[in-house]
Design a protein around this ligand. Structure first.
Ligand SMILES: Cc1ncc(C[n+]2csc(CCOP(=O)(O)OP(=O)(O)O)c2C)c(N)n1
Ligand SMILES: [Mg+2]
Length: 325
């Protein structure tokens, strides 16, 4: 079987998926040891969504994210060094150590922001897409959010606007079956995000979110349509998180055996098997890519640990409201 993408690119994307996994495992471990401040939401299990969808973009295209944004940031080309430093509150982080995990931003990378407000970036992404259309930049916006976000008014208002104005945006829902502990089937009478989005006139696609190739193909079609003036598409990628909602969640609400079932379709295992099957890599190459990813994360940790804390005298910098008295 041959694959319809350049082998070097596929290996690079497989490495990115591994970097995302190893990054989050490392951060989870640091939380456990009390060596990382704040909290974090991991996308372990959802790596094919971030990497497959962003693979369909041009480097100058734009991405918006949600509270589960490490994978989106790394897939958009953000170095693990700067992400680790940001999470540790160091000056060398993307936002000088001020954003933490949930409010990441790197405008130079076209990463317009993650956001702790559920659905908060969907209107922002729609506004960014309106700008691209008015300015004629030819850029497309990839807007990531979860199933839970589709219960918010902001989602419905924004996708209606995007559809009505034929904006260059892809609404990419990572449906991992839960919003915190709330199963999607209990939160919605109509659990299909795609069917709800079709109501505003959007073309939709439902894809296997564990499969890089399925995600990439659907994303490419949607991005091409958006770039040609055909307006937005909503992609519902069916996926699963192999971790709690955030660092302190033990997943007691999940039925026995559910995660084990999904683990059989781990996106990293599927990707590795596809690349081996297509002779893109062999078993030794697979081990090498895994080792490179682990080294990259070890180096990121060193970088972050050896970086400076922000100067306390700068605490009020970048604030738009402050008390001058
Ligand atoms: C406006 C708002 N309401 C509630 C929350 C609390 N909250 C944080 S994440 C989350 C669930 C989001 O679920 P989903 O959109 O499916 O994303 P997932 O966590 O599954 O990736 C909720 C309710 C919030 N951050 N913002
Ligand atoms: Mg969810």
């Amino acid at each position: 079987m041959s694959l319809p993408y350049p082998p070097d690119e596929l290996i690079a994307h497989y490495r990115t998926m591994l970097v995302i996994r190893r990054f989050e495992e490392m951060v989870s471990d640091l939380f456990g040891k009390g060596a990382m401040p704040g909290t974090g939401h991991f996308c372990i299990g959802q790596e094919a969504c971030a990497v497959g969808a962003i693979a369909a973009l041009r480097p100058d295209d734009l991405v918006t994210s949600n509270h589960r944004g490490h994978g989106h940031m790394l897939a958009k080309g953000g170095p693990a060094t700067k992400l680790m430093a940001e999470l540790m509150g160091k000056v060398t982080g993307f936002c000088g150590g001020r954003s933490g995990s949930q409010h990441l931003c790197a405008i130079d990378l076209g990463f317009l922001g993650s956001n702790g407000i559920t659905a908060g970036m969907i209107p922002v992404a729609t506004g960014a897409a309106l700008s691209q259309k008015l300015l004629g930049t030819g850029r497309v916006v990839m807007c990531f959010f979860g199933d839970g976000a589709t219960g918010q008014g902001a989602f419905h208002e924004a996708i209606n606007m995007g559809a009505t104005w034929w904006l260059p945006i892809v609404y990419f829902c990572e449906n991992n079956g839960y919003a915190m502990s709330m199963p999607v089937g209990e939160a919605f009478r109509e659990p299909s995000v795609a069917r709800r989005a079709a109501g505003v006139g959007l073309p939709t696609a439902v894809v296997d979110g564990m499969d890089y190739f399925a995600v990439r193909e659907a994303a490419k079609e949607a991005v091409d349509r958006a770039r040609k003036g055909g307006g937005p598409t909503l992609i519902e990628a069916v996926t699963y998180r192999f971790c709690g909602h955030s660092k302190s969640d033990g997943c007691e609400y999940r039925p026995d055996g559910e995660e084990e079932g999904w683990r059989l379709r781990d996106p990293l295992v599927l990707m590795s098997a596809a690349l081996i099957e297509a002779d893109v890599i062999d078993a030794a190459g697979d081990e090498r890519v895994k080792a490179e990813a682990a080294e990259e994360i070890a180096a990121a940790l060193d970088f972050a640990r050896n970086s400076d804390e922000p100067d306390p005298a700068t605490v009020a910098d970048y604030l738009s409201a402050r008390n001058e008295s």
